[in-house]
Design a protein around this ligand. Structure first.
Ligand code: IMO
Ligand code: MG
Length: 409
């Protein structure tokens, strides 16, 4: 079987955690390839909710867990999650790539510091030090996970840099000792491990964090995250050949959400937005912030499908719309009276874009029974397949694993 990559097609929080958990059985290992503890992947199992920020979502299925070099690694978060898993009686079969850039308390300080400099237009980062950790790697100022594990760890250049603008530098000796212990015996070459698994006939799943529209280059810059979120970052970020990427499954919610600042053409003001937020529990899994809520945006989805080379789609949270009387999808933008369906063209003026909506049959009161999609929902799915030219393979109708409809094999 081929490898499979799962990526978010919106601004994150599409339900990737649930989809990864659903498919994990078919794969030998689950690999995180981007982002860091800014992610919040939620899995609901037997009525209990688990949120993971750093460990791949295959952990409840006891899969081999790999954290690739494209991840910004906060050893303390890792330790917390390993602790959570141990309490559940599980032990992670984990390898962290020795090339991972680290998040020390200094990068978290810098995250807040820079947000402060942005004045009235903050990005609204998760303050997990993600952007600064990647920046410190680009500046070649911070040691990496492997250096720390080996004890060959020198923060003096990084500290000299931070002293130029931070008033106080915390003592990092405790952090260093602690982190070294956490990483001891757990670092290695994740790309090499993936190739060895593939050679032995085992396939792996790549679990994307964030969403396409938060990609550092192709997203709604500057309101983006500090790394790449698209599928082509899998080979580049893990050091494996392009052919090892395998199939690409895009995950999209039946509506849209966004946390933090930045343009959001289909944002719903007022009561309907509030109702979707409440029904969909749209509060940040990492920061607890209320998420901004909007209608499904086909223009953004088309762009995301193209960027990722999506071959199949999973549509999530369809059940939430059965509590909502209205149902709209955005099929174009109007900017200065001119209509476009091209997200890339609209991007520089996205803040002024007025959505052009198509009213769809409402999902209100629909009963979602096992393996049967009511007509209104089926109509949306078929509309998406036609517009996006991809198959909708999965429809998620609830939080639990069992509330998942497989439309195609
Ligand atoms: P998952 O994997 C939703 C957003 C932040 C902010 C911007 C930059 O759960 O889908 P950062 O801390 O990354 O520098 O913040 O990106 N953001 C997310 N939004 N889901 C996520 O991850 C996110 N990770 C970052 O809210 O707007
Ligand atoms: Mg999230």
């Amino acid at each position: 079987m081929r490898n499979l990559c799962i990526v978010g097609l919106q601004w994150g929080d599409e339900g990737k955690g649930k989809i990864v958990d659903y498919y994990a059985d078919r794969f030998h290992a689950v690999v995180r390839f981007n982002g860091g503890s800014n992610a919040g992947h939620t899995i609901v199992h037997n009525g209990r909710t688990f949120v993971f920020h750093l460990l791949p979502s295959g952990l409840l299925k006891k899969k081999r867990l790999l954290i690739g070099p494209g991840v910004a690694l906060d050893p303390l978060t890792l330790n917390e999650e390993l602790g959570m898993l141990a309490k559940e009686g599980g032990e992670a079969d984990l390898m962290v790539d020795e090339r991972c850039t680290l998040v020390t308390p200094l990068e978290k300080e810098l995250d807040s510091f820079i947000e402060g400099l942005r004045g009235a237009k903050p990005i609204g980062t998760t303050k997990r030090g993600i952007g600064p950790s990647y920046a410190m790697r680009a500046l070649r100022l911070t040691p990496r996970a492997g250096d720390l594990a080996k004890g060959d760890f020198d923060l003096s250049s990084a500290i000299a840099f931070y002293r130029t603008f931070l008033k106080e530098i915390p003592d990092l000796s405790g952090w260093t000792e602690n982190s070294k212990k956490i990483l001891a015996g757990r670092t290695g070459d994740v790309g090499g491990e993936i190739m060895a698994l593939n050679d032995a006939g085992h396939s792996v799943m790549f679990e994307g964090a964030q969403g396409t529209l938060l990609d550092l280059i192709f997203g709604t810059y500057p309101f983006v995250t500090g790394a790449h979120t698209i599928a082509s970052y899998v080979p580049a970020g893990l050091g494996i050949p392009n052919g090892a990427l395998g199939d690409v499954m895009g995950v999209a919610k039946a509506y849209t959400t966004r946390v933090g600042g930045g343009p959001f053409p289909t944002e719903i003001p007022g009561e309907t937005g509030e109702q979707i937020r409440k029904e969909g529990k749209e509060y940040g899994a990492t920061t607890g912030r209320p998420r901004r809520v909007g209608w499904l945006d086909i223009v953004g989805l088309k762009y995301a499908v193209r960027l990722n080379g999506v071959s199949e789609l999973a549509l999530t949270k369809v059940d939430i719309l059965t509590k909502i009387r209205e149902m709209k999808v955005c099929v174009g933008y109007s900017i200065d009276g001119e209509e476009t369906g091209d997200f890339s063209k609209a991007l520089p003026r996205l803040a002024e874009a007025k959505p052009v909506y198509r009213t769809m049959p409402s999902f209100y009161g629909l009963e979602l029974r096992e393996n049967h999609l009511p007509q209104a929902a089926e109509q949306l799915v078929e509309f998406l397949e036609e517009e996006l030219k991809v198959k909708v393979t999965l429809v998620s109708t609830g939080e639990e694993r069992s509330a998942t409809m497989q439309r195609h094999a």
